[in-house]
Design a protein around this ligand. Structure first.
Ligand SMILES: [Zn+2]
Ligand SMILES: [Zn+2]
Length: 156
């Protein structure tokens, strides 16, 4: 019985351009067309998989970024708490408008006594900057003090 490839119409000769196992019912297709079709499927599949993994990556990336942001914020808060604690938890200006020195941590700012804080701040991002300050305090360098927002503005 003569069969032709349903795609290209070539006459199918078993063992030459056709392997019978390729043919499910009515699926007469030559080796070449079969291979092309398989390749095509593979390509589509690969593209689909790529898209899926890209979306998966993006979704996770957002989650991971959010997580790391939270971790950063937490770390920063802990660092700031530690610095404030070491610096006495209140405004260092003896003439602070709050008697005894402002002690509300929300109003307290870390001040570089001899200036230069801006330069250091620009060089480092916030967490390394705080770590730098903390190290300096631990070494007893006395380069930093706490000022409340009011006193800090007046000092400048
Ligand atoms: Zn064919
Ligand atoms: Zn003050």
């Amino acid at each position: 019985m003569l069969h032709v490839c349903r795609k290209c119409g070539i006459e199918l000769i078993s063992g030459i351009n056709f392997t019978p196992s390729y043919a499910k019912q009515w699926n007469w297709i030559c080796r070449k067309c079969h291979n092309e079709r398989v390749k095509g499927h593979w390509k589509i599949n690969r593209e689909r998989m790529r898209e899926t993994s890209r979306l998966h990556y993006l979704k996770n990336r957002e989650k991971l970024l959010e997580k790391s942001k939270k971790r950063q914020a937490f770390k920063l808060e802990k660092l700031r708490e530690e610095i404030l604690e070491l610096l006495g938890n209140k405004c260092s200006n003896p003439n602070c408008s709050v008697v005894g020195g402002m002690s509300d941590s929300r109003a307290l700012q870390i001040d570089h006594i001899n200036g230069g804080g801006c330069k250091e701040r620009k060089k480092l991002s916030i967490i390394p900057y705080y770590q730098h300050i903390l190290q300096s305090i631990r070494k007893g360098e006395e380069k930093y003090q706490l000022l409340c927002a009011n006193c800090n503005v007046i000092k400048r």
